[in-house]
Write a protein that binds this ligand. Structure first.
Ligand code: ADP
Ligand code: 5GP
Length: 205
């Protein structure tokens, strides 16, 4: 048994829409049982394949406002015209279970978390090129041409914010990208400051 206790951390996956966050996350959560997923609240309508309480907590504008008032939101932002936010209490509960928490949130939300000096690992994912991003968004088939254009405009702005974040993963081959994200998490786990009382444990704690 490993007696060296470690503090778990938040992992924020960022990318332009269509960058591959969901695809990477889905697989990562299957291969690691030490990571929980932060289920966001949103006022957006669910897509056909999405399940309430699993992909998102889908709520009304009024309910979202109540959440904001209750101060349970760690961060919140309007993305493509709808509200999105992360529940503080949900994350705290998951961390207590001894898991890292992975979050799929936008650049505005990630910046709010960094500003609060919360220790989070930030990983920015991009496809190899703009052309490939467009292709993937079209192939995904979840957005109209107008929505795709909105997402491409947002992508431009998001790329301007790259310098705020720590790691870059180029999502060319999906399995390779998943492996790289996995390796980043493994490396972060080894940072000295994440351990609790190393000396005490070494000398017989
Ligand atoms: P995001 O969650 O960042 O918006 P998705 O995970 O939905 O992006 O990815 C957008 C589309 O691209 C999806 O249809 C996904 O299956 C596909 N995709 C993601 N990564 C790759 C990859 N490396 N190669 C080919 N297709 C990919
Ligand atoms: P989608 O509606 O396509 O699932 O997500 C749209 C965008 O909202 C993505 O960039 C996604 O990362 C972001 N998003 C999802 N949940 C949250 C959240 O809780 N907070 C913030 N700030 N953005 C989120």
């Amino acid at each position: 048994m490993n007696k060296y206790k470690r503090k778990n951390f938040l992992i924020i996956l960022l990318s332009p829409s269509g960058g591959g966050k969901s695809a990477i996350l889905r697989k990562l959560l299957r291969i690691r049982d030490d990571i929980g997923y932060s289920i966001s609240y949103t006022t957006r309508e669910p897509r056909e394949s999405e399940i309430n309480g699993i992909d998102y907590n889908f709520i009304s504008n009024e309910e979202f406002q109540n959440l904001k008032d209750s101060e349970d939101l760690l961060e919140s932002a309007v993305v493509h015209g709808c509200w999105y936010g992360t529940s503080k209490s949900f994350i705290e509960n998951e961390l207590k279970k001894g898991k890292h928490i992975i979050m799929d949130i936008d650049v505005q939300g990630a910046k709010q978390i960094i500003k609060k000096k919360i220790n989070a690992v930030t990983i920015f994912i991009i496809p190899p090129s703009k052309e490939i991003l467009i292709e993937r968004l079209k192939d995904r088939g979840t957005d109209t041409e107008e929505e795709i254009n909105t997402r491409l405009n947002s992508a431009k702005k998001e790329m301007e914010e790259l310098h705020n974040f720590q790691y870059l993963v180029i999502n060319d081959d999906l399995n390779q990208a998943i492996q790289e994200v996995n390796e980043i998490i493994n490396t972060e786990e080894k940072k000295i400051h994440r351990f609790v009382d190393i000396k005490g444990n070494f000398y017989g704690g």
